[in-house]
Design a binder for this molecule. Structure first.
Ligand SMILES: NC(=O)c1ccc[n+]([C@@H]2O[C@H](COP(=O)([O-])OP(=O)(O)OC[C@H]3O[C@@H](n4cnc5c(N)ncnc54)[C@H](OP(=O)(O)O)[C@@H]3O)[C@@H](O)[C@H]2O)c1
Length: 288
């Protein structure tokens, strides 16, 4: 039995679908009960739980041999650094006690040992803790998700403008989360000897101006970027529902990314999906 944590999310849904298509027995872990019927209809066993609930998570892992693990992004209304370490701890306690032959862990470009830099810090802790379990492990370090721009689709559809904390002409490695999910599904079913760290980004780098061009094509209207200067990042995060601790942590994370204060992989794997295709696909889903 394979298990997919966060199967309703951007990455998890592709992982679970690919495993089911191969005829594998799959348990999907969901957070909201209303999503259960859709996955049962696809042939999955369904468990609905909160990852803070270690006993329920333990029960879900009882017959599982391989697992795709992600740490759910915490609500920014909470202290994300504490919250995300709590969920990392809960997940890893369960992995430690389960009889697993292989795990695939979702991480990020820029993962680093720093207590207050958003998921760069919490996913580094996740990687380290997963190594310490001794279970054969594939870590996937993914670039900036193209799905981070899905909010810009609705903003730009209405106003023709979307905000960007990244400078307009900043070339960033980005990847479609579906491509990350494809890689995760492949690594999960491959030999237990196939382990290690895998970095993945998309076919090319993109600037926020490229995002505006892609949105213009998808929405068939002029779209421009409103660049938020660094001095206004804290205010921007606060105005989007972040508490003070979360805003500070995300400001630090954004600075690390924009300043390139991390080791960029020299020979990453490359997903095939380009930015415009990814945004077009999302626009077609959200207009249904
Ligand atoms: N955004 C980026 O640029 C980026 C880059 C690299 C890596 N990552 C990391 O990749 C991972 C996956 O990201 P994603 O975009 O696929 O996330 P996502 O779409 O938000 O998916 C998260 C999944 O976890 C579920 N979930 C949320 N809270 C939960 C809880 N308390 N208990 C159980 N399940 C819960 C969600 O269910 P509901 O939606 O139903 O609540 C959803 O299925 C995250 O760890 C993220 O930090 C992100």
């Amino acid at each position: 039995m394979d298990l997919v944590l966060g199967a309703s999310g951007h990455v998890g849904r592709t992982v679970a679908r690919r495993l089911l298509e191969q005829g594998r027995a799959v348990t999907v872990v969901l957070h909201r009960p209303e999503q259960a019927a859709e996955w049962s209809a696809r042939g999955a066993s369904v468990v609905v739980l909160d990852v803070h609930d270690t006993p329920s998570l333990t029960a879900a892992f009882s017959k599982v041999r391989r697992a795709f693990l992600l740490n759910p992004p915490a609500s920014p209304s909470l202290d994300v650094d504490n919250e995300e370490r709590r969920t990392v701890h809960s997940i890893l306690r369960v992995v430690q006690g389960a009889s697993l032959e292989k795990i695939v862990v979702q991480s990020t470009y820029g993962a680093q040992d720093n207590p207050h830099c958003g998921d760069l810090g919490s996913l580094y802790a996740f990687e380290q803790g997963a190594r310490e379990t001794g279970v054969p492990l594939c870590v996937m370090r993914a670039a900036y998700f193209m799905s981070n721009w899905f909010g810009a689709l609705s903003t730009a559809r209405q106003s023709g403008v979307f905000p960007s904390l990244l400078p307009k002409d900043f070339k960033a490695p980005m990847v479609a989360p579906e491509d990350v999910g494809e890689l995760a599904a492949r690594l999960l079913v491959s030999s237990v000897e196939e382990t290690g760290t895998y970095s993945i980004e998309g076919p090319e780098t993109y600037t926020p101006e490229d995002v505006a061009t892609a949105l213009s094509a998808v929405l068939e209207r002029d779209v421009t970027v409103d660049e938020i200067p660094r001095s206004r990042w804290p205010e921007f995060y606060h105005s989007h529902g972040f508490c003070s601790e979360a805003a500070q942590s995300y400001v630090t994370m954004t600075g690390i990314f924009v300043d390139g204060r991390y080791d960029r992989p020299r020979t990453p794997l490359r997903g095939a999906t380009d930015l415009q295709i990814c945004l077009r696909h999302q626009a077609s889903i959200s207009s249904r």
